[in-house]
Design a binder for this molecule. Structure first.
Ligand SMILES: [Ca+2]
Ligand SMILES: [Ca+2]
Length: 527
């Protein structure tokens, strides 16, 4: 602003200086004819005096004939006088012309100034209008604060829902309204330092408010607003860098939830630790050391029962192939240490079970259970490997298409759906998960998508049939079909999940599908 006003001021003062110089010239040249006129007025008097001096000294005496020289001088004087008069008239005309030029200059100056003032006023007005439409600013101790958030309110209807309680007293009804996520994220982005604090509220297991993200990062090169620095070192609570779906934002994903495999192997997505990540050109990398018990861990969420840490990472590429067409993909790995909780020492007890149901102790119904020594806790190893691939295409008018998929192979990694405990089970759990999906934007305000996912929590599971152990499947399959209406700051999503599992039993007692199809409606607002 200062620079522009200085730039604007210079020609202005120069113009004014020119103007004042013109005015000085005008006043000087105006005084010149006045002097000339005075001289003109004075000179005929002087001429008359000369004539008087030249005239007869005494009356009555014959005046000698007029001296020719004197007559000539008088004529010359007359001529000079006429010339002076003419010159003065010319000068007056010139001055008049100059004055009228100055007047017109002034007039045009005034018109230009008025126009400039008007355009400035219009600009100020439009800037003011824009400023009043801009998002309100939030005060903070440092520059570079960002504040985002979203709320997702869901209506859930699930086929397996019953109006009963589970053995620990939790309701089994799953036809309800719930706040799935209500997040508030504050970020700071400085030259060397970046950070974030994210809070989550939900009503999934009753009202809950919790810390979900906390990051303190040092980055290089020291730039602001660069989403992919070459190196960024972070300490805090952040998402496990494995695959694509964990890192995908909940406000960007079309589908109501992540796939079953991701929810089982990386429950809650967030874990505490340290991370190194960044990118160079099309390459991306991230490696993290974390406690190993993420936010959704059944036993010790975001705590760590053992000293061993889980190491995970992903290397990938993000390649813009052509305008409107891109490919991204990567390979991920995790190696970690799980924890099997030990048991406390027990005393010997007598147990009575009323086998004949007569309400009285009878011979053979009492058993003595001997006391047992405490069992120490044990660690076990676990790992996961995965690959992810995405193709994106943007078509004019229609919008973006994304085709994506991921596969993961793991051992003893399940921490939520069928928690792996190879110590008490005496063998390892081999998990396998895969999914593929397609999402399509339909103009700026609609989106549809379909996704199929498969998860097997124990590839070696068996089922006892008539005393024999037979291989059986424990896998989960979901076909999710979703559609959304979208606006700049909100979405209305409807999703139908066709679920297949082996959690039910048929009338012969064999594993069967437990009817568990689900329907969701989600209202989301984001800022
Ligand atoms: Ca650990
Ligand atoms: Ca009895």
């Amino acid at each position: 602003m200062d620079g522009s006003s200085q730039r604007g001021g210079k020609p202005h003062t120069r113009r004014l200086g020119k103007l004042s110089a013109c005015l000085v010239v005008a006043s000087l040249s105006a005084s010149v004819p006045a002097v000339a006129q005075q001289q003109d007025q004075a000179s005929p008097a002087a001429g008359k005096k000369d004539v008087v001096r030249i005239g007869p000294a005494e009356s009555g005496k014959p005046w000698p004939p007029i001296d020719e020289a004197a007559a000539e001088a008088a004529a010359a004087q007359e001529r000079a006088h006429a010339e002076r008069e003419a010159a003065a008239a010319r000068e007056r005309d010139e001055i008049r012309a100059q004055l009228s030029t100055l007047r017109s200059d002034l007039e045009s100056e005034r018109v230009a100034r008025t126009a400039a003032e008007q355009s400035l006023a219009t600009r100020v007005e439009s800037i003011g209008a824009k400023a009043s439409e801009a998002p309100p600013s939030v005060g903070s101790a440092r520059l570079g604060l960002g504040l985002t958030g979203f709320a997702q309110g869901d209506l859930v209807v699930r086929q397996s829902s019953v109006d009963q309680l589970n053995p620990s007293g939790a309701p089994l009804n799953q036809e309800l309204f719930q706040i799935r996520r209500a997040r508030l994220r504050a970020t700071v982005d400085r030259w060397w330092v970046a950070g974030a604090i994210e809070l989550d509220g939900n009503t999934v297991n009753g009202p809950q408010a919790r810390l979900i993200g906390a990051e303190a990062s040092l980055k290089w090169p020291p730039e602001r607003g660069n989403p992919v620095p070459i190196v960024m070192a972070t300490m805090g609570l952040f998402k496990i860098p494995f695959g694509f779906e964990i890192g995908q934002s909940d406000r960007e994903r079309l589908f109501i939830d992540r796939t079953t495999a991701t929810r089982a192997l990386f429950p809650g997505e967030y874990d505490v630790g340290a991370r190194l990540q960044g990118g160079w050109r099309v390459f991306r990398y991230a490696v993290a050391v974390q406690n190993g018990n993420p936010m959704g861990d059944r036993a010790f969420p975001v705590r760590d029962p053992n000293a061993a840490k889980d190491v995970s990472g992903r290397v990938g590429v993000d390649v813009p192939m052509a305008p409107g067409f891109w490919v991204a993909g990567g390979a991920s790995g995790l190696r970690g240490t799980g924890f099997h909780a030990g048991t406390a020492a027990t005393k010997a007890v007598v147990q009575w079970s009323d086998t004949n149901g007569n309400g009285a102790p009878d011979p053979g119904e009492t058993v003595i259970v001997p006391g047992a020594a405490a069992q120490p806790s044990q660690n076990f190893t676990r790992f996961a490997f995965g690959g992810d691939l995405r193709l994106g295409l943007t078509m004019p008018k229609l919008g973006a298409t994304m085709i994506y998929g991921e596969v993961v192979l793991a051992k003893n990694m399940d921490r939520a759906i069928l928690p792996a405990d190879p110590v008490s089970f005496s063998r390892d759990y081999r998990e396998f998960g895969v999914y593929g999906g397609l999402t399509q934007e339909l103009g700026p305000s609609a989106m549809v998508g379909v996704r199929y996912d498969f998860y097997n929590p124990d590839a070696d599971s068996t089922n006892q049939v008539m005393g024999a152990q037979l291989p059986t499947a424990l896998s989960y399959q979901t076909l999710a079909i979703a559609a959304a209406l979208r606006g700049p700051s909100g979405r209305l999503i409807a999703e139908f999940d066709l679920n297949r599992n082996h959690n039910g039993r048929d009338i012969q007692g064999n594993p069967a599908n437990l009817a568990d199809n689900a329907f969701f409606v989600r209202g989301e607002v984001s800022f």
